[in-house]
Every structure is written in structure tokens, then in C-alpha cells.
Write a protein that binds this ligand. Structure first.
Ligand code: NAP
Length: 308
């Protein structure tokens, strides 16, 4: 089994987390230029390679093209910067972090650590299609094995598929029982695009955080697992890869122990769709599940709660 670890974590905590994860058998490491911690991850790789505990081909390393570097002339320098910081000579997968670019090429020099300017959502003067063509060339040059996207919806994928030379291998999007995105999941599966679910534990700002959801807790108790393990298993049963993030050694190990639960689809969760949260203020309800799974008790939150 390939274990996945996501690394959107504060600088300083990451190297140790990666070392713990690699020792625990994680292989897929999800990184991004934007997370500003690729040098620490690279240091962890270097250490484990040096100890002879790990070979490069046992790892599956992913990074992402940040939105400020969509201009064709910026794509390869941004990629090389990530590659250099990760101490690697190729990546397994390089994702376009988002379908939209930030500042235009004239405003962007070579990649430097992210500044406020990198993050400001100004209009892009380049399109994701030109960026994609440059990403395809990275594959031609043997610098990356596959290219993919993140945060793309169906119409954005359709547009890309209609012009691309190399098909996106993966689409990394937010997925969990509160946001099941059945249409996108079905579309990606029909096109052979691997889905990678981010934020598997949901958004902590929700009125009932997923990890505290009574139904998830109940399922966990029934199977002698934790709620986090149940939420990871949710994706595995659905045939979707997921990238839980933790910098806590005990949780890194815990998140990898997701076997021993029901393995057949539907055995743990009766249906993916029923876990989906629907907003229907007309009915005087803000959150309910599509067929009464009861993820969020109907009276427990109001639109006002949601609005903050
Ligand atoms: N492509 C994109 O645009 C995009 C957007 C958002 C996120 N992502 C990726 O997806 C990753 C995961 O998403 P996320 O960080 O939003 O959320 P997440 O993985 O759903 O949740 C992370 C939070 O859960 C905690 N946690 C981890 N394991 C736990 C456990 N076993 N029990 C209890 N709590 C646990 C972590 O705490 P500790 O770390 O303190 O243990 C952290 O606070 C990110 O790191 C990022 O790489 C990608």
C-alpha cells in the first residue's frame, strides 16, 4: 500500500515529520512551492537516502506550480527551484496548483520564497493552457514522470483535455464526507484522471468539524478505529487517493493504520452521496444529508452559524 503524507505545515516542523513518515512506510509525499518548506523536505530525503534506508524509486514525490508562475517562461524555473530544494533529480508528479494564475509575466521574475505579492489574486495575463504546454515539456525532458492539476472543475478539465498533448494524470481537490463532489469524481474516473483528496478531515471552521461528527465517531468506535482513520478509509473505499496532513508523530503513524476496517465499498459508509451535505435554506434547514445518514443533526446549525 502506498501511504500518503501532505506537507502543508509550518517551517521548522516539517523535516522531523517527513522522517517519521518515511520510517513509518509513507511513500507518496505531497509538496508545493507555495508551502515554503520544500528545503526541509529535501533535507529529510537526503538524510534517509544517506542512511541507506530509502531509495529514490521507492518514493512518489509531488510538487505544484504556484499561481504566480503560470507564464510559460516562469514554469520551468519554478519547477527547477522545487526540484533543487527537494534535493531530487526528477519528480513523480507536478501539478498546476490552481487553474488561475496570479500576476502576469512582466510582474514576475525568477521564483523566490513566496511574498505577499505572490499570493494576491490579481488577474493573470497568461492562461493555464500555455502553462500546461510548458509543463508537458518537463515530461519530454525527463524532469517529471507525470503532470496533473489541482482545483480543476469539470469544465476546466474539459477545456484542458480538448487541447492537451499529455493528459493530466491527476486532479487534487477538496473531498471528504461533507464535500463528496460526485459529478467531478465520476468525470475524472471516466477520463482516467486519478483523484487526490485534500483536507480529508474537512474544514475545522465548520459548525460540526468532521473529526467530531457523532456519526463518524460512532463508526470509528464500532470498528475500533479513530475518526481520522475512518475519514481516510472513506476515500480508500471510494477508490480515491488522499493526503492527510500531520506534523504529530503519533498521528502520522495512526493515519497510516487504516487496514482492518471493512474493505468492500459500502461496508463502512452505506453510500458516498448520502454523506454529502446539502444546503437548503428554503426548507428551513441549513445542513442535512441527502438520505438521512445524519452526519449533521438538522437542528444543530443555522444559516447564521454558517455565515459566522
Ligand atoms: N491543492 C490544494 O489547493 C490544497 C488545498 C488545501 C490543502 N491541500 C493539501 O491537503 C493537505 C491536507 O489538507 P488540510 O491540511 O487542509 O487538512 P487535513 O489533512 O484534513 O487536516 C489537517 C489537520 O488535521 C490534524 N490531524 C491530522 N491527523 C490527525 C489525527 N489522526 N487526529 C486528529 N487530528 C489530526 C492535523 O494536526 P497536526 O498536524 O497538528 O497533527 C491538522 O490540523 C494540506 O496539507 C495540503 O498539502 C491542498
Amino acid at each position: 500500500m502506498r501511504l500518503l503524507l501532505s506537507l502543508q505545515s509550518p517551517p521548522g516542523a516539517v523535516q522531523e515529520a517527513v522522517e517519521v513518515a518515511l520510517d513509518a512506510g509513507y511513500q507518496h509525499v505531497d509538496c508545493a512551492y507555495f508551502y515554503q518548506n520544500e528545503a526541509e523536505i529535501g533535507a529529510a530525503f537526503q538524510k534517509k537516502f544517506g542512511e541507506g534506508r530509502l531509495k529514490r524509486d521507492e518514493l512518489y514525490v509531488v510538487s505544484k506550480l504556484w499561481n504566480s508562475f503560470h507564464a510559460p517562461q516562469d514554469v520551468k524555473p519554478a519547477f527547477l527551484k522545487s526540484l533543487m530544494m527537494l534535493n531530487l533529480d526528477y519528480l513523480d508528479l507536478y501539478l498546476m496548483h490552481s487553474p488561475m494564475g496570479f500576476p502576469g509575466p512582466q510582474e514576475v521574475s525568477s521564483p523566490t520564497p513566496c511574498s505577499k505579492q505572490d499570493q494576491s489574486p490579481t488577474k493573470s495575463s497568461s492562461t493555464s493552457l500555455f502553462s500546461w504546454q510548458t509543463m508537458e515539456k518537463l515530461v519530454d525532458e525527463g524532469l517529471v514522470k507525470s503532470v496533473g492539476v489541482s482545483n480543476f472543475n469539470v469544465s476546466q478539465l474539459e477545456r484542458l483535455l480538448s487541447v492537451c498533448r499529455i493528459k493530466p494524470a491527476a486532479n487534487q481537490v477538496e473531498l471528504h464526507p461533507y464535500l463528496t463532489q460526485p459529478q467531478l469524481v465520476e468525470y475524472c474516473k471516466s477520463k482516467g484522471i486519478v483523484l487526490i483528496a485534500y483536507s480529508p478531515f474537512g474544514c475545522p471552521a465548520l459548525p460540526v468539524p468532521l473529526l467530531e461528527n457523532p456519526t463518524v465517531n460512532e463508526i470509528a468506535q464500532k470498528h475500533g478505529k479513530t475518526s481520522a482513520q475512518v475519514l481516510i478509509r472513506f476515500h480508500i473505499q471510494r477508490g480515491i487517493a488522499t493526503i492527510p496532513k500531520s506534523i504529530t508523530p503519533a498521528r502520522i503513524v495512526e493515519n497510516a493504520e487504516v487496514t482492518g476496517m471493512a474493505s468492500k465499498p459500502g461496508a463502512l459508509f452505506r453510500s458516498w452521496r448520502m454523506a454529502e451535505v446539502l444546503l437548503s435554506p428554503e426548507q428551513g434547514e441549513t445542513l442535512h444529508t441527502s438520505d438521512g445518514w445524519g452526519l449533521v443533526p438538522k437542528p444543530s446549525c443555522t444559516q447564521q452559524d454558517l455565515n459566522g
